[in-house]
Structure formats: structure tokens, C-alpha cells
Design a protein around this ligand. Structure first.
Ligand code: FO1
Ligand code: CA
Length: 308
């Protein structure tokens, strides 16, 4: 059966890459966060979708975690010389994707159709679906005021202390065509939640009406891969946010966060063996290279298969 993955950017792209090597590529559906999406310099930017597209087509700058390998920066240099904004860096090759998407969205095409076309053009076998074709914007309440996601994440490097996170537009957003169908398909073997940031990357997906309900009613087991490794996050502000939201930084807090959604949690072997209160398995969940990614994908699938 097919495997469905709910994912944000980097961590999720690594797991999806592992899955397409562990399974036939066309058996994998990635449902991707679009809460990071915004309009910059008049262009629609979809960071997590693009990280998936670049990673699955072998174009990603893996060290940087976003954008394309071998990128050139003529556009940004010219923009800076004009006194234009250069805090959010759009490479020349990346720019083509944003121009193409913006032009087609302005002509009325949904993000999901444009994403599917790019995936086809680049020979990607997996299905890449945005969580919604309707705009959803992650907003943070912080000691620096209300911040749009990229202002918090890139411009301020996650320094502000966050008190609340909300997803503007989510209540009115509809899941993209194919999202609820993939989750609810009785032939789906497993539904995985990638080790992406639960608060910034996965919660936007769960905030789209219908997705949380579809997950809790799905016949396929739902397994999350914990984003914690040895009591902290591999990358990004997950642990810092947990502290600011007054949560203990442990796998039990991750399990509680996903209560009602997941049937199992894949925990890193370095984390203390406290009982997260849900079915779990332990594995080395660090994903440096392709064999690591395949190993984590297989461990998550094995846990899911044991819960059928
Ligand atoms: N992240 C940065 O830290 N600095 C950037 O200049 C930057 C540019 C950028 C351009 C296109 C794109 O798709 C992503 C980009 N990102 C950048 C990453 C983006 O902020 C992501 O939302 C985060 O990595 C969180 O997933
Ligand atoms: Ca269920």
C-alpha cells in the first residue's frame, strides 16, 4: 500500500527521500506545510514545497537546508545595489521557480497543480501535495510583537521569545484535492509525521479543517518520528520554542502534543527511555546520509506495520 508523509522542510525531505528508496517512488505521497509561504518582492515563495522539490530531484543545497546547489546570486547582488531588500536571499535558479509559480497563480491556477507540474518536469516519482491551495500564514506572538513567519525565522533568526503561534487563514482553508483522499484511503499502509518542527511545520497542517479528523479516523496507523535527538532538536528552534511554551523538552511532551492524532512514536535511541505513554520504538534517527534516511524510513514503517 501507499505511504503518506506529513512534512515541513529539511527534516521531512530527508525522510521522504529515505522512503522513496525503501519503496516504489510512486507509492509515496508527501503532504507539505505551506504556513511558511509568503509574498516577497511580489513573488510567491513556498519554502517547504521547494525544499521537497529540490531534494527529491537532486537539486538541493543540502548543507544550507534550503535553495539549490550550485546557485548563483546575480539577482540578489543587483537588488542590493538598488537598495532593495536582501535579507531573504533568492538565488537566480530559485527565482525562476518563484516567477513561474507567481505567474501561474496570478492566472488562477492552484498551487497544487503547479507543484504537480514541476514535480513531473523534474522527474519526481513521489506525489507532492500542498496541505491547501488556500493561503495560510504562520504568525508568532512574541516579545518583539506579532511577527510573520519569515520575519521571525530569517530576519530575526528565531531570537524573539514566542508566547503563541497561530495560522492565519487556516480556519477557512480547504485541504488540497488528494489530501483527505490519501489519508483516508483504506489501501494506505502507513501515515508518517516527519521529524519536522511540531509547532511551526506540522501544526499548520493539523489546523486545516478536516486533516486532524481524517488522521484520527484513518484506518492506516499514524506514526510520528520524534524531532528530538538526545533531548534537543537536531536543527532549528524546536527545543527553544518548547521551553518558551513551558513544555518539558522530552519525547513525552512530543507524544502529548500529537495525542489523538498518532498511534505510535519513533523515538531516538539517545533519548532517555522514559515511557512516552504511547506505542513506540527506538532507533538512531539522525539522518546524515542516504543509508541513514532509508534506515529511519524503515524503522517508522516497521512501527506502523506492528500497529495494524
Ligand atoms: N532561510 C534563511 O535562513 N535565509 C534565507 O535567505 C532564505 C531564503 C530562502 C529562499 C527561498 C526558499 O524557498 C527558502 C529560503 N529560506 C531561507 C528558508 C526558509 O526561511 C524556510 O521557511 C525555513 O528554512 C524554515 O523551513
Ligand atoms: Ca487512527
Amino acid at each position: 500500500g501507499n505511504v503518506v508523509v506529513l512534512t515541513g522542510g529539511v527534516g521531512g525531505a530527508k525522510l521522504v527521500l529515505g522512503l522513496i528508496h525503501a519503496l516504489p517512488a510512486d507509492g509515496v505521497t508527501a503532504i507539505v506545510n505551506t504556513g511558511d509561504d509568503f509574498t516577497h518582492l511580489g513573488l510567491r515563495v513556498s519554502p517547504d514545497i521547494d525544499t521537497l522539490l529540490y531534494t527529491l530531484s537532486g537539486k538541493a543545497d543540502q548543507a544550507q537546508g534550503w535553495g539549490r546547489a550550485g546557485e548563483t546570486w546575480s539577482f540578489m547582488a543587483a537588488m542590493a545595489s538598488l537598495g532593495g531588500p536582501d535579507w531573504f536571499r533568492l538565488g537566480d535558479g530559485d527565482l525562476a521557480l518563484h516567477v513561474w509559480r507567481t505567474m501561474r497563480m496570478a492566472a488562477g491556477e492552484p498551487l497544487s497543480a503547479i507543484t504537480a507540474d514541476v514535480a513531473r518536469a523534474w522527474g519526481i516519482g513521489a506525489r507532492v501535495l500542498p496541505m491547501s491551495d488556500d493561503p495560510v500564514a504562520t504568525m508568532l506572538e512574541s516579545d518583539a510583537g506579532t511577527l510573520a513567519f519569515q520575519d521571525y525565522f530569517v530576519a530575526r533568526r528565531c531570537a524573539p521569545v514566542v508566547s503563541a503561534i497561530r495560522f492565519e487563514g487556516a480556519a477557512a482553508a480547504r485541504p488540497a484535492v488528494g489530501v483527505l483522499e490519501a489519508i483516508g484511503d483504506p489501501a494506505t499502509r502507513a501515515i508518517l509525521i516527519a521529524p519536522s518542527n511540531p509547532f511551526l511545520s506540522v501544526d499548520p497542517l493539523l489546523a486545516v479543517p478536516g486533516i486532524r479528523e481524517a488522521l484520527s479516523h484513518a484506518s492506516a496507523p499514524v506514526v510520528a518520528v520524534s524531532p528530538l535527538v538526545g533531548g534537543t532538536a537536531v536543527k532549528g528552534p524546536t527545543a527553544k520554542l518548547m521551553a518558551e511554551l513551558a513544555l518539558p523538552i522530552d519525547t513525552t511532551a512530543i507524544a502529548r502534543h500529537y495525542a489523538g492524532v498518532i498511534d505510535g512514536l519513533l523515538v531516538d535511541e539517545r533519548d532517555p527511555p522514559g515511557d512516552p505513554g504511547i506505542a513506540h520504538a527506538r532507533a538512531d534517527t539522525l539522518m546524515h546520509d542516504l543509508p541513514d534516511r532509508i534506515r529511519v524510513a524503515q524503522a517508522a514503517l516497521a512501527l506502523a506495520d506492528s500497529l495494524r
